[in-house]
Design a protein around this ligand. Structure first.
Ligand SMILES: [Zn+2]
Length: 366
């Protein structure tokens, strides 16, 4: 659903020149020729730059995928995890990456103390009988193959299109047909990790008013024939409310990092809801004070996750944001034009987000 648009935006509204020439005189200022998408500033401030090579506390990564080609890659991944301080990593099965679930478990078996497996719901047969079979399969994955959770389910408007072995087109999380599966996950004490929607800017008009434009223009969501942002949020809330015995982990802060009060209100209302922070560093580190306040207030309900391969620098970028008090730095690969700042989280909060909350869910929630 991503739509690539060619967009040429003059940097005139981000770069102001002294003695600015008249707009019609294009050759007068180089700034008039800089495109917003090419904006790649160099920080000139003499301010602290913190390198966090290893996380301050041991980590449980609650959001990752089967990114490897071979056992040698897994070995390298384990080495990287050691180097940055990750104890173990959730391998979440979903349609856009990797091999069948049984093969994932087999490939990672020699390293199973470092990885935990999450499986999908099977939507191959949506009849009542088919769903019963899917419930049995879920039980088998849990009991025999060690699946500790369900996920990553993913609904960006068209239904659970992340599912394996078959996409759940038009199957949203509050669909009556799949409620037995959600209840079954609860009975088995398997949390459900679900990716709902995308960051809010991706749904807004692609014009000069769009704050996330540089990224949103290629990560745009076309909702013409599917659910939009708030409708998706409604499906999620319905499922969480109707299944108090099942734990839901809303991936990527539920894609609601633009509205902490709203997200906080949901967490207040539903004790069976958590969020993971995966792949939304850039979407939260441009508002460091508000994000810090949210993370401190909801320190018992937030889980660490990456969702972005296993390069050392990928981990270290996240540590810098969570741990340091650095300000005004850019991480170009995140794709936004805005600068980031660290959250300088207190130790006790870091410890919970990095490790303790996940440990509690995975152990006590059994
Ligand atoms: Zn993911």
């Amino acid at each position: 659903m991503k739509k690539s648009l060619l967009l040429l935006i003059s940097a005139a509204f981000v770069l102001a020149a002294c003695n600015a020439p008249k707009a019609s005189d294009e050759s007068a200022s180089p700034a008039d020729k800089v495109l917003l998408r090419d904006f790649n500033p160099t920080v000139v401030n003499n301010i602290p730059v913190t390198q966090v090579d290893k996380a301050k506390f041991p980590i449980i990564d609650m959001h990752s995928h089967d990114y490897v080609e071979s056992a040698a890659d897994i070995e390298q991944w384990c080495k990287n995890m050691d180097e940055v301080g990750v104890l173990n990593t959730a391998i979440m099965h979903c349609s856009w990456i990797g091999r069948p679930f049984e093969e994932v478990v087999e490939l990672y078996a020699p390293y199973k103390d470092r990885f935990r497996f999450w499986c999908c719901f099977d939507y191959s047969d949506m009849s009542e009988e088919g769903i019963q079979k899917a419930c049995q399969l879920l039980e088998r994955y849990h009991n025999e193959l060690g699946a500790v959770g369900v996920g990553e389910l993913g609904d960006k408007g068209e239904g659970d299109t992340y599912a394996r072995p078959k996409e759940g087109k038009d199957i949203h999380i509050d669909d009556a047909r799949i409620q037995p599966l959600i209840r079954k996950a609860g009975e088995l004490k398997m949390p459900i990790s679900i990716h709902i929607a995308e960051p809010y800017w991706m749904y807004l008009p692609m014009d000069e008013t769009n704050d996330g434009l540089v990224n949103a223009v290629t990560w745009h969501v076309d909702t013409t024939n599917c659910y939009g942002y708030w409708k998706l949020m409604e499906t999620f809330e319905n499922a969480v409310r109707e299944n108090p015995g099942t734990l839901f982990i809303a991936c990527h802060y539920l894609n609601m990092s633009h509205d902490w009060p709203h997200l906080g209100a949901l967490l207040d209302k539903y004790p069976n809801m958590y969020v993971d922070i995966s792949a939304r560093v850039a979407e939260s580190a441009h508002t460091p004070r508000a994000t810090r306040e949210f993370l401190i207030k909801y320190q018992d309900r937030v889980l660490f996750g990456t969702d972005n391969g296993y390069e050392l620098q990928m981990y270290r970028n996240i540590f810098r944001v969570l741990e340091s008090n650095d300000e005004h730095f850019y991480i170009p690969e995140y794709g936004y034009h805005w600068a980031l700042s660290g959250f300088n989280l207190p130790d006790e909060v870091l410890k919970k987000i990095y490790h303790d909350n996940a440990e509690r869910i995975l152990n006590e929630y059994k």
